[in-house]
Design a binder for this molecule. Structure first.
Ligand SMILES: [Zn+2]
Ligand SMILES: [Zn+2]
Length: 229
């Protein structure tokens, strides 16, 4: 059985260990890849190792099966690829995936609270305006003013960049911890668990734009422009 109480913190630690030590041949995954921080891991092995960080003992591979491991991650909003079909399984039921897992709920609420602190995000916006003269998305450079005119003036969302797993309600938010992003990019940051960093998402947008351009024989970023209009 998969133990209760595993959180993204344990999976992160497992991923780090696997990055360092690799996957033993007999624990490689036949069908599924779990995507964590843009990298692929065998879901079952991640759970086995994560259990070690929870209660000190690696979970033996015969106490649960690959489908259970796959379902475990999918139901918690993680991305799992089924290699047989090149298909991605993802749980889409809840608007903010991060709030789907009970262990992440309270921290996710804190994350949102910090982002919605109007006085604070205003300070971040004023600072940015002073520095750059514009409020552009840090990921895709979208400007609400450019696209929506007066209606979009002064609008941008604040994303708190401290990992949700580190929030405990006591930490004081610093302005430098807020990234200013458009609403689409903000949603996409939270689609992976743990949330992607601004740099990681920017890289993905750039890669996607390049691959679209190659397929269409167009210029990189041509797509991005279309989607802004
Ligand atoms: Zn954006
Ligand atoms: Zn956010």
């Amino acid at each position: 059985m998969i133990p209760k109480g595993l959180t993204s913190v344990h999976f992160e630690s497992a991923a780090k260990e696997i990055d360092r030590d690799g996957v033993p041949n007999e624990r490689a995954s036949v069908h599924y890849d779990l995507v964590l921080n843009g990298k692929k891991y065998p879901p079952k092995y991640v759970i086995s190792i994560a259990a070690k960080y929870l209660d000190g003992e690696e979970l033996s591979s015969d106490s649960f099966n690959a489908v259970e491991a796959k379902n475990y991650f999918v139901s918690r909003g993680y991305r799992v690829i089924d290699r047989r079909e090149g298909k991605t399984e993802r749980h889409i039921a809840i608007e903010d995936d991060e709030s789907a897992s009970p262990e992440g709920k309270e921290r996710f609420r804190l994350h949102r609270l910090k982002e919605r602190d109007a006085a604070f995000s205003k300070k971040a916006k004023v600072k940015r305006l002073r520095q750059t003269g514009a409020l552009r998305c840090e990921v895709c450079k979208f400007s609400f003013l450019d696209v929506y005119g007066e209606l979009g003036e002064g609008f941008i969302e604040a994303h708190h960049t401290v990992p949700i797993s580190e929030l405990d309600g006591k930490r004081k938010t610093q302005i430098s911890e807020l990234a200013l992003v458009c609403s689409n990019c903000h949603r996409m940051l939270h689609r992976e668990k743990p949330a992607l960093s601004v740099g990681q998402l920017r890289k993905r947008v750039a890669e996607q734009s390049e691959s679209n351009a190659i397929q269409e024989g167009g210029k990189p970023f041509a797509n991005l422009r279309v989607c802004r209009l």
